[in-house]
Write a protein that binds this ligand. Sequence first.
Ligand code: ADP
Length: 270
Amino acid sequence: DTDAVIDVRIGALGEHGALLLADDLTRAVRVEETRRDFVANVSHELKTPVGAITLLAETMEDAAEDPDAVRRFAERMQTETRRLSHLVQEIIELSRVQGSSSLPDAKPVEIDDVIADAVSLNRNLALGSSIELATGARSGLRVFGSASMLTTALSNLISNAIAYSDPKTRVGVSVRREGGMLELSVKDEGIGITKEHLERVFERFFRVDRARSRTTGGSGLGLAIVKHIATDHGGEVTAWSMPGQGSTFTLHLPEMGNTETITVPASRSG
Ligand code: ADP
């Protein structure tokens, strides 16, 4: 009968095979749960700004006779719209990095160029908060990967460092080699993160302080995007923090061997 057949099959697979099957099943269920959670989170996160904009538009209509009030409501609508557009942009970015396991435009990338681009993307943000954005000397180091994705990852780390720091502090971007890996760090002197929260900051939609994050326009997706990009490059991202002292986020990426640039010394003549 069927029971016997199943018994025999499990027997043939052995204990190890049966375990593997069970494990695959749990993983499939987990992937499906994660996907469902993500959709639920996205809907929730989108509804908040859309609701606020709707309400503001209605209130504005009622206040049509009062130009000052109209101006105030219009300003708040612009803030909410910016937030919404930032959120949509990050959702698209995350789906993009989540969807592909390979790097579309992979090639040798000069890490100094990535730093320069990410820093220039955040120049105005730093200026606005009177934060000194400092970089070290050119390293000449390279990784094999996507320049645009690496710039996005580093830029997310820099914009966080600025957003969660007080004015007149310093944000430093540096790169060094460590055992075949390249360590790209962003160090701030900001509010820091407690140990309990630090374990969760790479989760999608996780924000330590929703109220504060809302004033800075945070979506809770930035670090999830960074983590994906690091993994896609065969690396990882780590975080160190001390509440009240600051945080350091580090991208660990495999350094590109420079075998192809080895120059053969010209033979001396004469
Ligand atoms: P957000 O868009 O809210 O910044 P992230 O995924 O980039 O989302 O970060 C998740 C949370 O981690 C943030 O809401 C913030 O609470 C915390 N965080 C990230 N970077 C820093 C930092 N440099 N200093 C302090 N807290 C940070």
